[in-house]
Every structure is written in structure tokens, then in C-alpha cells.
Ligand binder design. Structure first.
Ligand code: KIV
Ligand code: ZN
Length: 501
């Protein structure tokens, strides 16, 4: 059996379904270019019929990257497939990913249909997609809960109809790794014509087993894995790309090869986290900030004597360079440009000048400016196109004093000021802001995170605000956590203003 494993990256489709983490087309192109450098084989760029934004992103990503295959998702519906084919028109290598639910639960409750009819619809969709592209992938949604005998009939029928790849999603993240591996084995052994297609894994992490299931799938014959950077995705997310890549690297004896350049993993992880405003949990395998931090005395002692005593991965293998240049107020344009380029960010001269100015302001407040800081600065231009901006904010507070805040906002060019008290400085600032923006809104979630260490560090704030039954996510970053909190709140408001007009 061929031991080349294809990496199908769905960060920009399944990953991007995380509420509040949507990217605009420019940001998606930036991620797609980085994925190309990382070496993924397929980029699932979107679900074109779902929105004009997704349609446009598939078009622009198709123009921006050349090496990976660009894939577009559809339901088993002709108009979806027509739309996907149109969106893929500029892709050098293109794939349509079509499919339908195959579990009895989906057949009965979602489609009010029968097993026979579902096979007919699956075959028709594959044949229809084949009119546009040679490379057609079929997904059997909820295959994790589909009985193996029926699943084999579906897989056999779609391969006969021309599917080049067949995706076996564990849509609900239900399967045990052994069960999922046995499912792939069953299909490898019972489907006539299985040698004409590649089986693909697509595992969700609801029970924390996505990586284990994916690995079992590969060990039993799947030769494509559908994964996302940082394991992002709806609910508990998808299989994490960096985990699969590093498992196969650390266990080279398995003999399974990918095209991933693992040294690009850390940069890609940071880019996705920063553009999506989605922090990576500190203890996340491979890319969490504690993944290589040894704190117990026994471990530190062992690592100092020989790193391999407690470390199975060399941080350099994922692109973490202890000797990376730390930027300070004395660093020039070229050093900043270089660090940004290491992270796949190329800015035009004008934007680089702006980021450099912001960098100098930050370097005045902090001794050392880290890669996370400059990624945050490079992403900050999104705030400039927003309708509401903070002009100034003054807060007084302390022990034994009732906190008071005064704020001035610029709303579409006009300035408004207000002042209010609160039970803390953030509460006072938000109360003042609410005096200007008189909408019913409730703060649902509020997290503050320091990027590195030290009291001079930049604080990142993530907020969720509910307005008219919808949740909006906002982000702010500053060395002043009250300013960062208000920025995050304003970021939420800017989003719901846009959606409701
Ligand atoms: O989880 C799933 O079943 C999917 C399919 C649409 C491929 O994402
Ligand atoms: Zn999925």
C-alpha cells in the first residue's frame, strides 16, 4: 500500500464555522498562502453556496495559491455544485466535495427518505460534479454512526460513479478510536473498487478522541486526513493538523509520509490564532505555550542534563527558535519586516510604516516586543475600517474610591462623550460607553490573557456580547487592560451594527 498521506486542510471551512471567528477574504488569502508554505495537499476554501463571502473567498484563494488543490463544499444538490464549479474556475487544481447524510438518524429525520433513495442521490451528485471536475470527493455525513454494511454500499456506489476520494466523517465525534479504525478496515476489505479511490478521515473532537480516531483510520488504510490548524472547528473542534503531523514525525517507524514542513507549524498556528482572535489553550499539544515549558525541578534538572530525558519533540522541529531575535525600541524596519515574513505576513510599504510606528509606541511601553505582539499589531488594521472608534478614555479608581470613567467615541465621524460610575474600572468604562450606545446588550463572556509574562505585558481581551438574540465576539489588546476591555466591547458593537443594517 502507498504510504503517502494527503493532508486536507479544512481550517477555512469547517474550522471557520466557530462562531465569532469568521475571517474576511484578505485574511483567508493570508492563511491559504501560509498553508501552501506549510505543505498541505488540499485547502478546503469554503462552501460557496452558503454566502457571497464564501463564494468570493473560494475565487480569490484559487487565484492566490497554486500548489495545493482547492476544494469547495456542496450538499448533494445541483445548484450547490453549479455554484462550487463557478467559484473554482480559477483554481489550478480543483476538487468538488459533495455529500449527504448516511446514518439512519439523518436519513429518517433530516431527509425523511430511505437508504435506497440516499444512494441514488449520492450517485447523482457525484455524476453531476464529474461534469465539471475530474477530482470529486464524496462525504457520507455521520458515517461514524452509519452501519458498516450500508456504508460500504454507499462507498461502492459513489466510487463507481467516479468519486476519487471518499470521506468517512465522524460528524458528531462519537466513535471510539478502535471502532473508527475497524470501520475503515471494513471498507478497505468489503468495497469493490476501493483501489480506485482514497478513503479520507474527518473526525470531530466532541469526546476528545479526534486525533486518536484519525490515527486509527490511517493505520487501517485511510490515505487522506481532514484536519484544522489548532484543531479549531465547531463545538469541540476537528482533528488537529499539528498533532497528526508530529505524531507521524515522532513515530517515523510507521512509515507514513506527509508533505508537511513541520518547521512552519508554530508560525501557522500563531497566524490562525491571531487572525481568528482565538487563543490556543496553554497546554494544547504541540502548539500550546506550555507545550515545552518544564516547571518541576526534577524535569528541569533532567532536561538540562539531556533534553531527551523529558522532551520527545525538539521545539525547532515545529519552528520555535529560542535564538529568535527579540525586537526592542532600537530595532529597525528591516528587523520588523523580517519577523513578520517569518510568520507569513507580507505588508506593503505604507502598512509596514504604520505597523512600525505602532511597534515603536509599544516598544516604549515594553522592553521586549515578541512575535505575538507584532502579529497582534499587524492584525490591528481591521479596527481602522470600523464605524465606532474610541477617541479617549479616562478612568479613576483604586482602594476605597468608587471607580468613575469618562469616554469619548467617534461614531461615523461625529464625537460623543459620557461619564459613569461602576463597581470596578471596567464596569465604569462600559457603563459610560452604554450611555452613548443605547442598545440592549449583555456581556456574556469576558477573558483577559497576558501574552507573555511581566506586568508590562500586552493584555488580550476576548468578549462575547448578546444583542437581539445574537452573540457577537470582540477582541482588544493593549498594555492597559481597561482600554483593551473597552476596545473588545466596541469591537462587538461594530459587528452587530454592521449585521443589523
Ligand atoms: O463533519 C462533517 O460531517 C462535515 C462534512 C460536511 C464533511 O464537515
Ligand atoms: Zn466536519
Amino acid at each position: 500500500m502507498n504510504n503517502r498521506l494527503y493532508i486536507f486542510d479544512t481550517t477555512l471551512r469547517d474550522g471557520e464555522q466557530v462562531p465569532g471567528c469568521q475571517l474576511n477574504t484578505v485574511e483567508k488569502i493570508q492563511v491559504a498562502r501560509q498553508l501552501e508554505k506549510l505543505g498541505v495537499d488540499v485547502i478546503e476554501a469554503g462552501f460557496p453556496i452558503s454566502s457571497p463571502g464564501d463564494f468570493n473567498s473560494v475565487i480569490e484563494i484559487s487565484k492566490a495559491v497554486t500548489w495545493p488543490t482547492i476544494c469547495a463544499l456542496t450538499r448533494a444538490v445541483e445548484k450547490d455544485i453549479d455554484c462550487a464549479a463557478e467559484a473554482l474556475q480559477y483554481a489550478k487544481h480543483k476538487r468538488i466535495h459533495t455529500g449527504i447524510g448516511t446514518s439512519d438518524m439523518h436519513i429518517r429525520y433530516k431527509f425523511n427518505s430511505t437508504r435506497k433513495e440516499i444512494i441514488e442521490r449520492a450517485v447523482a451528485a457525484v455524476k453531476y460534479a464529474k461534469r465539471y471536475v475530474e477530482d470529486v470527493e464524496f462525504y457520507a455525513e455521520d458515517a461514524g454512526r452509519t452501519d458498516n454494511e450500508y456504508l460500504a454500499q454507499v462507498v461502492e456506489a459513489v466510487i463507481k460513479a467516479g468519486a476519487t476520494v471518499v470521506n468517512i466523517p465522524d460528524t458528531t465525534g462519537y466513535c471510539l478510536p478502535s471502532e473508527y479504525g475497524a470501520k475503515i478496515k471494513y471498507l478497505m476489505e468489503h468495497v469493490d473498487g476501493i483501489d480506485k479511490a482514497i478513503l479520507s478521515t474527518h473526525c470531530h473532537n466532541d469526546l476528545g478522541m479526534a486525533t486518536a480516531c484519525t490515527l486509527e483510520g490511517v493505520l487501517n488504510g485511510a490515505r487522506q486526513v481532514e484536519v484544522t490548524i489548532n484543531g479549531i472547528g465547531e463545538r469541540a473542534g476537528n482533528t488537529s493538523e499539528e498533532e497528526i503531523a508530529m505524531i507521524l514525525k515522532c513515530h517515523a517507524h510507521l512509515g507514513i509520509e506527509t508533505n508537511i514542513n513541520t518547521q512552519r507549524i508554530a508560525a501557522t498556528s500563531r497566524m490562525v490564532s491571531s487572525l481568528m482572535n482565538m487563543p490556543v489553550q496553554p497546554n494544547k499539544a504541540i502548539v500550546g505555550r506550555n507545550a515545552f515549558a518544564h516547571s518541576s525541578g526534577i524535569h528541569q534538572d533532567g532536561v538540562l542534563k539531556n533534553v531527551q530525558t523529558y522532551e520527545i519533540i525538539d521545539p525547532k522541529d515545529i519552528g520555535i527558535d529560542d535564538n529568535a531575535i527579540i525586537l526592542t525600541a532600537r530595532s529597525g524596519h528591516a528587523a520588523l519586516k523580517h519577523r513578520l515574513e517569518v510568520h507569513g505576513i507580507e505588508l506593503d510599504e505604507e502598512r509596514l510604516d504604520q505597523v512600525y510606528e505602532e511597534f515603536l509606541r509599544l516598544a516604549d511601553k515594553k522592553k521586549e516586543v515578541t512575535d505575538d505582539d507584532i502579529l497582534m499589531l499587524a492584525g490591528a488594521d481591521r479596527a481602522e475600517s470600523r464605524n465606532i472608534k474610541i477617541v479617549n478614555l479616562q478612568v479613576t479608581g483604586g482602594v476605597g474610591i468608587r471607580p468613575v470613567a469618562a469616554i469619548t467615541l467617534d461614531i461615523a465621524g461625529e464625537q460623543f462623550s459620557a461619564a459613569a460610575e461602576g463597581n470596578g474600572p471596567v464596569d465604569a468604562a462600559i457603563n459610560a460607553l452604554k450611555q452613548i450606545i443605547r442598545r440592549k446588550m449583555t456581556l456574556k463572556e469576558f477573558t483577559i490573557q497576558a501574552i507573555n509574562r511581566g506586568s508590562d505585558d500586552v493584555g488580550k481581551v476576548h468578549m462575547q456580547v448578546e444583542h437581539e438574540g445574537h452573540l457577537y465576539y470582540g477582541f482588544g489588546a493593549s498594555t492597559d487592560i481597561i482600554a483593551a476591555s473597552v476596545e473588545a466591547y466596541v469591537d462587538c458593537i461594530n459587528k452587530f451594527r454592521k449585521t443589523s443594517h
